[in-house]
Design a protein around this ligand. Structure first.
Ligand code: MLT
Ligand code: ZN
Length: 424
């Protein structure tokens, strides 16, 4: 079954009825998740928030906006722009992802390095529990030091504790003018050296994204475009920076760029000369997932490492694939400035899917053991959902998992809401 409530009261009434009749419910937003957090594999009723997409007027004194959970991320951006403001949660699927889904998954994306995760941009939440209680959490308060902040429990818990129905979002000045640069580098080690330089540079970083050459080739082939440089490089960085408001600062940025080339940190570089060129450079990064998907079945991982451990981790990881998984082609890209790597492997066309999944499972165990060794996380931004729940203990202790289960029991004693997600 599929229900489309229009109001919070309808959600509450519906959950109450489901509780009475012990019916399981799966909340569903824009369906752009990558961990199976909103799938209903056992005939659960799907509660879609897509008709709850109302956006209230922007409060330009408080820099906030209240929206219903089904509001589409990009629609919120358009709604706030005339006030010179934005909700700085931004990623490739913003055209369909919902605010409620972003909140329930504490979504990441390409601007985390500048603005942080979704959690930082949620002031107030309205949540409905499985028993049909409507909670108003924190309203529109910036400061509210009155005990346990229940709002935070619902952010990032993937809809297992309650259903987000409305939120008061915190806004910031709409993106300033930016410059987009694309660099070619000889190794991942150089990527990290460049990051170190960028961190110290005299401008604000908006994004620092990375991809290996096979990712670039994949996008270029799928979009039938020329790669930006005639000679391939081992790795590439997309850097977006805030354009300095006055001319003097611009020349400082130019000098910084020259110094990067003088230090031989990069092999090649290009600066977008127009918004269209900037968009094209971004498509080389944001088009990777789609281009791999067009080529066949992709097994994905989304891991995080402390930045200082990235280099050692990546070297261990490639060794691991070479030692035991020679048939696998690894596509590495991600939000490297946040320590977040997307590790994707493409099924060889000659291999059947079951065999491939078996091999991926074995490789994942080795990969997660390395993640653990380097103090990382098995899911940086995509969440646990159904896909990663068997590996949760690589990142969270048994004591933590036991406590999470207790919290779940308090809010959903019968285990009816989004069952089987994060843990069984
Ligand atoms: C991305 O950063 O492009 C996505 O999080 C990765 C993906 O779709 O696998
Ligand atoms: Zn990502």
């Amino acid at each position: 079954g599929l229900v489309f409530p229009k109001t919070t009261e309808e959600v509450a009434l519906f959950l109450q009825i489901c509780s009475t009749h012990k019916v399981c419910v799966v909340p569903s937003g824009g369906r752009t998740g990558l961990a199976g957090g909103a799938v209903a594999p056992n005939g659960e009723v799907v509660l879609s928030l897509s008709r709850m997409n109302k956006m209230y007027p922007v409060d330009t004194l408080a820099n906030t906006v209240r929206v219903q959970a089904g509001a589409v991320t990009e629609a919120v951006h358009h709604h706030c722009l005339p006030s010179g403001l934005t909700w700085p949660v931004d990623f490739a699927s913003k055209g369909s992802s919902h605010v409620g889904g972003n909140i329930s998954t504490n979504a990441g994306g390409v601007k985390v390095i500048r603005y942080g995760l979704t959690r930082n941009w949620v002031l107030g939440l309205q949540v409905v529990t499985m028993q049909g209680q409507i909670l108003e959490l924190n309203g529109a308060l910036e400061k509210n030091n009155t005990g346990i902040d229940l709002r935070q429990l619902f952010i990032g818990s993937e809809g297992i504790l309650g259903i987000v129905t409305e939120a008061t979002l915190k806004l910031t000045q709409a993106s300033p003018q930016t410059d987009v640069l694309f660099f070619g580098l000889d190794s991942i080690s150089s990527v990290l050296k460049l990051f170190n330089e960028v961190r110290k540079a005299p401008f604000q970083i908006m994004a620092f994204e990375f991809l290996t050459d096979n990712c670039l080739q994949s996008v270029a082939a799928s979009r039938k475009i020329q790669p930006p440089f005639s000679d391939p490089c081992a790795a590439y960085v997309l850097l977006e920076i805030e354009r300095p408001a006055h001319a003097g600062a611009q020349s400082i940025t130019d000098m910084w760029l020259e110094s990067i080339f003088e230090k031989n940190l990069v092999q090649n570089g290009t600066l977008a000369q127009s918004p269209r060129e900037a968009k094209e450079l971004w498509s080389l990064r944001e088009g990777i997932t789609e281009s791999l998907g067009n080529r066949g079945f992709v097994h994905k991982n989304d891991i995080a490492l402390p930045i200082s451990n990235l280099e050692a981790f990546i070297s261990d990881m490639y060794q691991m694939f070479e030692a035991g998984h020679q048939g696998a082609e690894v596509f590495l890209f991600g939000h490297i400035g946040d320590g977040n790597l997307h590790v994707s492997t493409l099924k060889p066309s000659s291999m059947d899917r079951t065999e491939f999944m078996g091999k991926c499972h074995q490789a994942d165990l080795e990969l997660f053991t390395l993640v653990q060794k380097h103090a990382g996380s098995i899911s940086a931004e995509h969440g646990i959902g159904l896909l990663k729940k068997d590996s949760l203990q690589f990142t969270r202790s048994l004591t933590e998992i036991a406590l999470m289960r207790e919290i779940k029991k308090v809010l959903d004693p019968q285990g009816l809401l989004n069952p089987g997600k994060i843990f069984n």
